[in-house]
Design a protein around this ligand. Structure first.
Ligand code: PEP
Length: 248
């Protein structure tokens, strides 16, 4: 039985005080949740405040991005070991907004995964098709290409979580149906099985794209949906914690 993983991607929101406030609310409201991993991903400058606010609670701290080199002349970048130093144990890699606006490719995603695994971070690897790709029947091909690129030279699925996030469902209020999500999640697990064998059964494949408390139960009930990557709704403690409770 795979333990559910519910992550809040806060994107470009929340200064340090807002981060602390939101984490305090999430901690208080998710105290009774069992058998679920809860993760939050604030902006870089709020990571340390987030770490302090999390304290001894089991909330997992993630960054929203990372660079693949450890040091050097790479102005504006953050190394994997620096995320560990700031108290992170996970990192989101390859979010569609990074692919769309910041030139992230399957190759850079792969380098970031390898560098993150090296320092013990859990990599939450995002994949997903655009609306045009879905409508022209290319969803599986796109996911296949993204995952083959991402997993090049990755020795095992330990410390890997895959987030299936159809681009057309992110921030649009239009979520995939639970059947659409299940179909792609099963396809992802199948690809993982071909490359990693039994390890694929432990792999958590989480869904992202306009998840909220009103649609989460249906999505989370599907056999291959092992949690959610939540954007907008994760900024509201009550909403996020309602999704956590549905998973526990
Ligand atoms: C996301 O940012 O990963 C996301 C899924 O956003 P939203 O829930 O707002 O669609």
């Amino acid at each position: 039985m795979r333990r559910k993983f519910i992550a809040g991607n806060w994107k470009l929101n929340n200064n340090r005080r807002q981060t602390t406030d939101l984490i305090e609310k999430i901690t208080a409201q998710s105290r009774d949740a069992k058998n679920v991993d809860v993760c939050v991903a604030p902006v870089f400058t709020s990571l340390q405040s987030a770490r302090e606010a999390i304290g001894s609670s089991p909330i997992i701290l993630a960054a929203q991005n990372v660079f693949y080199e450890e040091k050097g002349a790479f102005t504006g970048e953050i190394a994997p070991s620096m995320l560990v130093d700031a108290g992170c144990s996970a990192v989101i890699i390859g979010h569609s907004e990074r692919r769309q606006y910041f030139g992230e490719t399957n190759e850079t995603v792969n380098k970031k995964i390898l560098a993150s695994l090296k320092v013990g971070l859990t990599a939450v690897v995002c994949v997903g098709e655009t609306l045009e790709e879905r409508e022209t029947g290319k969803t599986n091909d796109v996911i296949h290409a993204q995952l083959s690129g991402a997993f090049k030279d990755v020795p095992s699925l330990e410390k890997i979580i895959v987030a299936y996030e159809p681009v057309w469902a992110i921030g649009t209020g239009r979520n995939a149906t639970s059947q659409q999500a299940q179909d792609v999640h099963a396809f992802i697990r199948d690809l993982a099985r071909k490359k990693y064998g039994k390890g694929a059964e432990e792999l958590r494949v989480i869904y992202g794209g306009s998840v909220k408390s009103s649609n989460a139960a249906d999505l989370l009930a599907r056999p291959d949906v092992d949690g959610a990557l939540v954007g907008g709704a994760s900024l509201i403690a009550e909403e996020f914690c309602a999704i956590i409770r549905l998973s526990s």
